[in-house]
Design a protein. Structure first.
Length: 419
């Protein structure tokens, strides 16, 4: 069915159509001017520009990919600016169009499909229910969804927590049955990203439950689904042994999958029962600490580790007690590593290391202080500097947990300073 352009009756109607038609000029600077013009017009006449784009893309099914991408990108900009000023009728047309653009090709064509995905995510801010209903039609139980359908769901979960979380029980019921059969690394990567985003969204939803549309949704509603996904991702995708060693592979894509899975685990551990987390915690932490030697993206590992430590310490749990030496030695080694001040990821890793020690201090202050005292006895300047940085951070962030040990720490530091 051909869509109707929402015309104003003025000369601008023909102008918008002419710009859309001519936008994919050979000259990049002309193309940029066309995009800017449509974006500017869209701020004043959002429905005109958006409906013209819908009409044009539907009418020109064989339009070159670059031109389609350009129009989709313009639509995303206009939708973000217009917000709730887009009518529900037009929003539904945009959702159908973007979904068709997203899934028209079974092959992965990143530039085109990502542009369509961005349109859906932008619409999902104000029309989340409509977008989710359309996406659910593309997630068939037992069948692997399109790569960019999964990525769209992942990004939408970050963009609109309150809109997405009420749909997650339904989505998990459709997706979990095929997780164990996924072989392609790119699909494992995007699914790990998606499940991580879903888990993060659930945590945020429950943390702000007073503002949530459905206040009866709690973390324990998802315990079963999250643990099912965790078991498959840990035992099958990572190829973990009983001792916690993660299968090593030099393939770059396999390594990307591993990091995405570890990143997701940081959030998933907050959605597991204490018993299930305790069952896996030793293998999980052994696996993560062992990956520092094989991956350069240390900030991802440390960020996930910090989240896992938080989850494992909830309700005064002692499950970390037998693993403290392993954890603290691994973290201290990261604190001692050289960091380029111009490298933001390196600095982020150092900050995450400090946050890990903060979590441990608030739960095991005696063990942390004893560990740091021993490290200060090391005459290596790099080790001492790292230890002093950790002490400074925990005093500033966790002083109330160190009241009985503050003098001991300060006296130890003084000895080092006068050494």
């Amino acid at each position: 069915m051909e869509r109707t352009i929402k015309k104003t009756g003025g000369q601008v109607d023909n102008l918008v159509f002419a710009i859309v038609d001519a936008a994919f000029d050979k000259k990049v600077e002309v193309r940029d001017d066309m995009i800017s013009a449509l974006h500017t017009l869209g701020k004043q006449q959002a429905e005109l520009v958006l409906s013209t784009c819908v009409h044009y893309l539907n009418k020109h099914q064989k339009l070159v990919q670059g031109h389609r991408v350009l129009i989709l990108d313009v639509m995303t900009k206009v939708i973000k600016d217009a917000g709730v000023n887009v009518s529900l009728e037009l929003a539904k047309e945009l959702i159908v169009l973007a979904t068709n653009e997203l899934t028209k090709s079974k092959d992965i064509i990143p530039e085109w499909q990502l542009a369509a995905s961005n349109v859906l995510v932008a619409l999902g801010v104000n029309f989340c229910q409509e977008v989710m209903i359309e996406m659910l039609q593309k997630v068939t139980p037992g069948q692997l969804p399109h790569y960019f359908v999964i990525l769209t769901l992942a990004n939408l979960a970050k963009e609109n927590v309150f809109g997405v979380v009420p749909f997650l029980k339904d989505i998990f019921s459709r997706m979990l049955s095929m997780l164990g059969t996924v072989k392609a690394d790119n699909m494992r990567w995007v699914l790990a990203k998606c499940i991580g985003s879903f888990s993060e969204a659930i945590i945020e939803y429950c943390a702000n439950i007073e503002n949530a549309p459905y206040p009866d949704i709690a973390k324990d509603r998802f315990y079963g689904e999250i643990f099912t996904a965790f078991e498959i991702m840990f035992s099958v995708w990572l190829g973990s042994s009983r001792e916690g060693r993660l299968e090593i592979n030099s393939n770059a894509m396999v390594n990307m999958v591993r990091l995405a899975v570890i990143e997701a685990f940081g959030y998933m551990c907050h959605l597991m029962t204490k018993e299930k987390l305790e069952e896996y915690i030793q293998r999980l932490l052994h696996g993560i600490t062992g990956l520092y030697r094989r991956h350069s993206e240390h900030h991802i590992l440390t960020q996930s580790l910090c989240l896992i430590l938080n989850a494992a310490s909830c309700d005064s749990s002692l499950m970390l007690l037998p693993l403290l030496d392993l954890i603290m030695n691994g973290l201290h080694a990261q604190a001692c590593s050289e960091t380029d001040l111009a490298n933001p990821l390196g600095m982020k890793n150092k900050n995450e290391v400090l946050r890990c020690f903060q979590v441990l201090t608030q739960n095991f202050p005696d063990r942390v202080v004893g560990f740091l005292q021993l490290k200060l006895e090391n005459v290596n300047d790099k080790s001492r500097a790292a230890t002093l940085a950790i002490i400074k951070h925990i005093i500033n962030s966790s002083d109330e947990y160190l009241e009985s040990k503050r003098e001991l720490l300060l006296s130890t530091v003084k000895v080092v300073l006068y050494d």
